[in-house]
Design a protein around this ligand. Structure first.
Ligand SMILES: CC(C)(COP(=O)(O)OP(=O)(O)OC[C@H]1O[C@@H](n2cnc3c(N)ncnc32)[C@H](O)[C@@H]1OP(=O)(O)O)[C@@H](O)C(=O)NCCC(=O)NCCS
Length: 192
C-alpha cells in the first residue's frame, strides 16, 4: 500500500456538527524542510525555541492534512523514545513538529492531526505519548488528553551533555491503566 494513499478519518477537535467536513489525515511518506515550509512559510523559528540553542531529533513517522488544492496545511510527527523514570525504563512515543498553516489556525486542525497520530501510536501498542512545548501551548495539549510531568526532565545534548529541559513536558496515556510513574525523568536521547 502506498503510504500517501492511506487516509485516516479525522475525528479530532473541531470536527463537530455544523462545522466544515472533518479534515482527512494522511500518513506522509516524507516530511522535511520543504514540507514544513509549505505549512509555515520561511519562518526560521516557527516553534519559538531557537533562543534555547538546543538540538532536537527529527521525527520518524509523519501525518498531515492537505487543503483541497493538495497543499499541506497541518503536520504532526512521531518518534519512539526511551526514558528512565524513577529508575525504571519506559518506552514512549514522542510527539512533535505540530504545526498548522497560519491561515488555517483555530479550525481544529492541530487537534485532528495530533489525535490521528496518537491513534497510530496506540495501534502500535505504545502506552505513553510524550511531548515538549512552550507553556502557552499547554492548554491545547491538555484539551487533547495530555498532562504535565511535574518532575524535572533531563535530556541529552551533543557531546554527551545532560541538561534540564526548559520546555514543559507533557504525557498522555495511550493504554488503559497507563499511569506516569513517579520520580525524576531522564530522556535517553536528544529531545525530539
Ligand atoms: C499551535 C498550533 C499548532 C495550533 O493549531 P490550531 O489548528 O490553531 O489548533 P486547534 O484549532 O486544533 O486547537 C485545538 C484546541 O486547542 C485550543 N487551543 C489552541 N491554542 C490554544 C491556546 N494557546 N490556549 C488555549 N487553548 C488553545 C483550541 O481552542 C482548540 O480547542 P477546542 O478543540 O476545544 O476548540 C498552531 O498555532 C501553530 O502551528 N503554531 C506554530 C507552531 C507551534 O508553536 N507548534 C506547537 C509546538 S508545541
Amino acid at each position: 500500500m502506498n503510504d500517501h494513499d492511506s487516509a485516516i478519518a479525522g475525528t479530532g477537535a473541531g470536527a463537530g456538527a455544523g462545522s466544515a467536513p472533518a479534515a482527512e489525515v494522511e500518513r506522509l511518506a516524507h516530511y522535511g524542510n520543504p514540507e514544513q515550509e509549505e505549512i509555515l512559510g520561511q519562518d526560521s523559528d516557527a516553534y519559538g525555541v531557537a533562543h534555547l540553542g538546543m538540538s532536537f531529533l527529527p521525527k520518524e513517522i509523519h501525518f498531515g492534512i492537505r487543503a483541497e488544492d493538495g497543499r499541506l496545511v497541518a503536520h504532526t510527527g512521531l518518534r519512539p523514545v526511551t526514558l528512565t523514570v524513577g529508575g525504571a525504563d519506559l518506552e514512549a512515543m514522542g510527539v512533535g513538529g505540530v504545526c498548522v498553516a497560519p491561515a488555517r489556525r483555530g479550525q481544529g486542525l492541530a487537534g485532528t492531526v495530533v489525535t490521528a497520530a496518537l491513534d497510530h501510536a496506540r495501534g502500535l501498542g505504545v502506552r505513553y505519548a510524550l511531548l515538549f512545548c512552550r507553556p502557552q501551548k499547554a492548554a491545547l495539549y491538555r484539551g487533547l488528553g495530555f498532562r504535565e510531568v511535574a518532575e524535572a526532565v533531563t535530556v541529552e545534548q551533543p557531546e554527551g551533555r545532560l541538561v534540564e529541559m526548559p520546555l514543559r513536558t507533557m504525557w498522555a496515556p495511550l493504554a488503559q491503566g497507563a499511569v506516569w510513574p513517579e520520580g525524576p525523568v531522564r530522556l535517553r536521547s536528544l529531545p525530539f
